[in-house]
Design a protein around this ligand. Structure first.
Ligand code: SF4
Length: 417
């Protein structure tokens, strides 16, 4: 089994809005191993993207990471910060949340890089594509030329550059070497005629080419971990497949790890080695692809899998998950399993408090997996479903619903009369 590159522990992120506190990410734990693709899947609003932003420290106000640790394995970084922040170091691992802000910022590029779902809004429309990739290359190139890398990376465009660009506005920030490397990167991600296309502006690129350009930019720092946040959502199906193949090829060539964030189980099945399923800000099930797809424990995971067509057996109707994702305002979240009001297997014990994440041991879902890591935030991870303890079907129906139902029944009777 490969070593862990990243260990995320008990990570929570809140948004402090005028309407109240939103618990967007709640005590999330997961590991990412060397050279693997770890998938995070869930509906819109489940906390997937905020989890990714929290890992790379890009949560903006009014959001704030309120607790948790992000341990990143990097022996050089551990040596560099050990004296000043010994509490942030454990062997070769560094808790990047406990190192100074400039060090954290310096990790973006060579350690963690990101590609977002909408490349058109992520690239600057007033600069050529090549110029934007060359800028990313330039920052990393300057950093590599200085042994105190964290310092130089945070100062990629320093006071001298600022003054020079004011006095000589036509002076380019990037060197010819960086331009050449940008063209190489465009070629690496499959852009035809990269030298010519590098001089074009984003609006001259198709959606698929823009996403390739974004990937090229993300690769400029040769990152250990690439976070791909819905990288194919804005693309048509054929281009989606090409981009996913490209990411897989790049991952195999470079050995980097990928965190793939998506609402699409097909993308997870095609790309990922292990997967975490998110619901209401929590990872509710986690395991290998086979664990989660062939032997799901959490009723939400089962619901997601039941709502996609089976090409080998197209006869049964698709089963949607009834109800809606809860809003995540802290003062409206009840002290119970957050999925209980949509869960077909909700029992009395599900109302006691939000379940802990447990390793799967229950039957008939199967025994503990070899790595002992398949688990779920659900009482069914440890106990069998007991129909005698099931909640009544209308348990979560509010009095308002019941009242309006009664009224509509009365109206129907009157109309019949
Ligand atoms: S804890 Fe209970 S309500 Fe929640 S998902 Fe599991 S069975 Fe359903």
């Amino acid at each position: 089994m490969a070593d862990d590159l990243l260990r995320v522990r008990d990570l929570s992120t809140r948004f402090f809005t005028e309407d109240g506190q939103v618990n967007a990410v709640e005590s999330v734990d997961f590991d990412v191993r060397d050279g693997e693709v770890f998938g995070i899947v869930g509906e819109s609003g489940s906390g997937k993207s905020v989890t990714a932003l929290s890992v790379i420290d890009l949560v903006e106000s009014p959001g704030r990471i309120t607790s948790g640790e992000v341990w990143y394995r990097n022996a050089d970084l551990a040596d560099e910060v050990r004296d000043d922040t010994p509490e942030a170091v454990d062997g070769e691992f560094v808790d990047v949340r406990r190192v100074p802000e400039n060090v954290r910022r310096a990790l973006r590029g060579p350690s963690f890089s990101t590609i977002f779902q909408d490349p058109m809004s992520s690239l600057n429309p007033s600069l050529t594509v090549g110029e934007q990739i060359a800028e990313a290359v330039e920052v990393q190139r300057r950093a590599r030329s200085n042994p105190r890398t964290t310092r130089s990376r945070t100062q990629g465009f320093g006071l001298t550059d600022l003054l020079a660009s004011t006095v000589f506005p036509s002076r380019s920030y990037v060197s010819e070497e960086s331009r050449a490397e940008a063209i190489d990167l465009l070629e690496q991600v499959g852009i035809p005629d990269p030298a010519e296309r590098a001089d074009e502006y984003p609006h001259e690129f198709s959606g698929g080419m823009l996403q390739r350009a974004m990937i090229a930019q993300a690769l400029a720092g040769e990152p250990d971990l690439l976070i791909a946040d819905e990288p194919t959502t804005a693309l048509d199906v054929t281009i989606q497949a090409q981009i996913l193949d490209l990411l897989r090829d790049l991952q195999e060539d470079t050995g980097m790890s990928i965190v793939m964030i998506t609402h699409n189980l097909g993308v997870i099945a095609r790309m990922c080695d292990r997967v975490g399923v998110m619901y209401a800000g929590e990872i509710v099930e986690r395991g290998t692809l086979e664990d989660v797809f062939d032997d799901p424990v959490h009723p939400y995971t089962r619901g997601l899998l039941g709502s996609i067509p089976d090409m080998d057996d197209p006869a049964p109707r698709l089963q949607p998950i009834e109800g809606n994702v809860p809003n995540l305002y802290a003062d409206e979240m009840e002290d119970r399993c957050y999925f209980a009001d949509r869960c077909p297997k909700a029992m009395e014990e599900c109302l006691d408090h939000p379940p802990e994440f447990d390793v799967e041991t229950g039957e008939p879902s199967g025994g503990r997996t070899e790595t002992g890591e398949h688990g779920a935030r659900c009482v069914l991870a440890q106990h069998e479903y007991d129909p005698s303890r099931a909640l009544p079907e209308d348990y979560f129906r509010s009095e308002d619903d019941t009242e309006s139902e009664r009224e509509s029944q009365t109206e129907e009777v009157s109309a019949d009369d």
